[in-house]
Design a protein around this ligand. Structure first.
Ligand SMILES: [Zn+2]
Length: 377
């Protein structure tokens, strides 16, 4: 995974390339921005470059150079032993740290816990102690910490000294979707590297490469739903959100939202959320049943907001192509049934419901009250 394979992250590329040209290369970075847009790809590219003994410069073509604002990128050669093992994830000086490492911790008590955050024990054993040892290859040591915004406060405090002055050629790259959750003392010791959502057309294009059997309409729908996050689009696809969306939007249309049917409607939503939660739990086995269902409901709210967004677009700009060409007739019908004010209010209500769920409100009651508010629609 080389640095120049990461696309549409001009700001991040600029910060990194400028740092590489500078007198003193920062040793600690926070790559922050939406999930699934290439943070880990760029981190691995940077790791490869730092470990490579024969780095190169690649010239960007005209369009890309204009977009990134740089003509050449410094990258790992991609063919030496260091580059190959770094790319394969087997380089002894490249350490990828994540919250599931508690399972490999030498202390049995730590192994009994759940990996919902990155604890001080995990950080001490897998980062701080390893930082103190000599690099195997001698050139550099690179730590990539996934979901760094889940490092506990205690663990962040334990890491401060390492971030401030890591010994020798040691580099730490913290990946975070919510950098503001990190302590100010952590942030101020790191070079901040911002990442942006990807262009929708690029996400659709990558989906076409990765999943060629998808129709153009389906690709466009997933690309729009992902809001420029390719990794999320692929996860949505794995969860078959297209079918979930068909079922969900059927509940938003017409009769099923009549007065007195909100309890049954909410039960239907919870059932869909639980089914989605099963998939989330398979991918992230340490989360509780309740948390998995809550995330499932979050996805349903996102789908519903996307639906009302389409209804709103159909009203405001009927000439524009819909992202959701597959449900064009249903959206046109909904656009006749509700006005722009109602569609906008529905979107706000969905966001509010999401906030209530995050504050641990009762899911059944939350959705009932949502469906009640939506029912005049
Ligand atoms: Zn190399």
């Amino acid at each position: 995974m080389s640095l120049h394979e990461v696309k549409h992250q001009a700001r991040a590329q600029q910060v990194i390339q400028r740092a590489l040209l500078g007198e003193r290369l920062p040793h600690a970075y926070i790559f922050h921005g939406p999930a699934g847009v290439g943070k880990e790809m760029l981190a691995r590219g940077l790791a490869q470059l730092l470990l490579c003994g024969t780095p190169e410069e690649v010239s960007l073509d005209g369009t890309e150079a204009a977009a990134v604002g740089i003509e050449t990128l410094r990258v790992g050669c991609g063919s030496c032993e260091d580059c190959l093992t770094a790319a394969a994830g087997t380089h002894p000086d490249l350490h990828v740290v994540h919250r599931y490492l508690y399972r490999d911790h030498p202390d049995a008590d730590v192994r009994k816990r759940k990996g919902l955050d990155i604890s001080v024990d995990v950080l001490r054993h897998f980062v701080i102690e390893k930082v103190g040892r000599k690099a195997m290859g001698g050139r550099a040591k690179v730590f990539i910490i996934r979901e760094a915004d889940r490092i506990t406060v205690q663990a962040q405090n334990a890491l401060l000294k390492t971030l401030e002055e890591p010994p020798g050629a040691t580099f730490l790259i913290l990946l975070a979707t919510n950098a503001e959750r990190l302590l100010e003392t952590t942030r101020s010791r790191c070079q901040m590297v911002p990442f942006d959502a990807l262009p929708g057309a690029f996400v659709a294009e990558r989906l076409a490469d990765l999943v060629p059997e998808l129709s153009a309409d389906t690709r466009a729908w997933y690309a729009q739903l992902s809001q420029g996050r390719l990794g999320e689009a692929l996860a949505y696809l794995e969860d078959d959100l297209r079918s979930v969306n068909e079922r969900l939007t059927a509940t938003l249309q017409g009769a099923s939202l009549a007065e007195g049917e909100t309890a049954a409607g909410a039960a239907g939503w919870l059932e869909m959320a639980k089914a989605l939660g099963q998939g989330y739990k398979e991918r992230d086995p340490d989360i509780t049943e309740t948390e998995a269902t809550r995330r499932g409901l979050g996805t349903l709210l996102h789908l519903a907001a996307n639906w009302y967004g389409d209804v709103l677009r159909a009203q405001m700009a009927p000439a524009l192509a819909l992202s959701n060409a597959l449900q064009a007739d249903a959206i046109a019908a909904a656009a006749n049934r509700v006005d722009a004010h109602q569609a906008g209010a529905a979107i706000r209500r969905l966001a509010e419901t999401q906030r209530h769920l995050e504050a641990n409100a009762n899911p059944q009651l939350c959705i009932e009250s949502l469906l009640h508010a939506l029912s005049p629609v």
